[in-house]
Design a protein around this ligand. Sequence first.
Ligand code: UDP
Ligand code: MG
Length: 329
Amino acid sequence: MIEGLTFQTPALLPDQPLISFVVPVYNEEECVGHFAAAIATVIAESWSDGGPPPHFEIVFVDDGSRDATAAVVRAMCMLDHRIKLVSLSRNFGKEAALSAGLKAATGDAVIPMDVDLQDPPELIRPMVDLWRNGAQIVNAKRIDRRQDTFFKRATSRLFYKTINAIADHPIAVDVGDFRLLDRSAVAVLNEMTERCRFNKGLFSWIGFRTETVEYARPMRRTGYTKWRLSRLVALALDGITSSTTLPLRVWTMIGAITSILALGYAAFLLAYTIISGVDTPGYASIMVAVLFLGGLNLFSLGLMGEYVGRISMQVRGRPLYIVAETIGF
Ligand code: UDP
Ligand code: MG
């Protein structure tokens, strides 16, 4: 039996809104049960003071797990019709899995959440209340990241600073994927055709009436983190290249300035040679110039490559993810 699954289905109250929790999961067999139980408990407790609780569904998106995650969720679907499963055909990464879940969710409001309970379910009530008062997006902002490692905090601060200094449209600082999205916002997101998904950027870009709730990020409750450094770097690059073309334009400026300086230097050398003749061959200065400009060239080429690679992905037009199976819809 699955530990922690002790809830039953309440009688349906037709006039209550439906909240969808979209939960990407990758090798999380020990977390999914705890998560569903925690949601059911918190919803019941948060609304125990009066008004009826909203209906909810939990859409688990199995991102090609190699452990028993899919099997565990499938069993949970049998026990409780509010639990649903979208299985992807392989590991497509969290951004793609989240997109698959947003598409599958049927609720009036959708809340993407991590399965490890690092997104505190206690925030659901305040978020839903703000939504019922007219907000279309409710961001959950981390005001205390002491539980993250120093390295993760430092790199994430650097990332938000950089991207918000150069992006065409700023993204909300310290707001993860955990936020409430009204159906109207989800409909817009589902229409977007970008292949290189950076959901945090898209969520901020679409606008809508936005409110914020704040929280301190707790530790991962069970399991272990699935993010490797290389994946975080890839995500950051996706974020920057999909939010701005400024890094491309900068190179036009740097190239122009370097050429002008080089011309000035050439003029100086010419005058110098005419006035005081040829002195020792400038081997060192030439090497420095060649290496410096070569480095700049390689860097700017690489930068072009980042954008061109993404253009070719977009042109190829392959789907973001492939759904192998759905249960409960
Ligand atoms: N996840 C996923 N696919 C991946 C990596 C992660 O669906 O390729 C899910 C994971 O199961 C979890 C969420 O994304 O529900 C956040 O992952 P994690 O807690 O490992 O990230 P962290 O909180 O350390 O940033
Ligand atoms: Mg986590």
